[in-house]
Write a protein that binds this ligand. Sequence first.
Ligand code: SF4
Ligand code: SF4
Ligand code: FES
Length: 264
Amino acid sequence: MAEFTLPKNSKIKPGRKVDAAKGAKRKKTFKVYRYDPEDKQNPRLDEFTIDLDQCGPMVLDAIIHIKNDIDSTLTFRRSCREGICGSCAMNIDGRNTLACLKPIAEVSGDVKITPLPHMPVVKDLVPDLNHAYAQYASVEPWMKTETPAPTRERLQSPEDADRLNGTDGKGPSGCILCFCCSTSCPSYWWNPDKFLGPAILLNAWRWITDTRDEATGERLDQLDDAFKLYRCHTIMNCTNACPKDLNPAKSIAEIKKLMVERQT
Ligand code: SF4
Ligand code: SF4
Ligand code: FES
């Protein structure tokens, strides 16, 4: 039987414990993954017990409180605090999600926070997204046309716009590139170098299904690959993980269907 052991420097060690909620009525402990490539130490899990009356209701509020008032070295991404920029994606209580949309009250017991899984870590909760964005660039996520540009914008019917936005607002154009889906996909964990993963494939579909785009054949040719597309085995983790309730698995299925249709 094959035996798997983690390299010594990847094991997560217990970190420091800080109780910053002495005398507080509502306390909560956050166990936060810490890693600094410059100190050459193993990652560790620091524990911060905070007074919930000192911060807002979301996990991001707690992390901001910890950074502002307890440990300014804690590193994470965030911008909008509204579930729009996608930058605060992380693993909270075992699920990939957006820290700004995750109520602290939804987590019973301690709140464990780690970076998005199976991505290299730049520092603490910040994953290295360079590879994911290179894959995004590879599907050429912009409108490609050959017909001359009209004097005004290229129009779409409401029905055609629905293909992008979804009649329920949950179409592929709603993707905020948070990568919660790709980093919950086992196929992407094992083949991130060759499989494009659900986030990128959903965005590829966004352009394929855009009736103004004139490069459908070229886009399908580019995706017609045993690894880039067909490593998806319809496990559906991606759709379950999407904090915007989009359906990347369906977008992938639509691409596969078009592949078949153009061969018949
Ligand atoms: S359906 Fe499954 S295998 Fe396909 S992209 Fe989603 S999680 Fe990955
Ligand atoms: S499909 Fe959903 S989970 Fe995936 S990157 Fe887009 S918004 Fe994030
Ligand atoms: S801070 Fe922008 S999505 Fe959370």
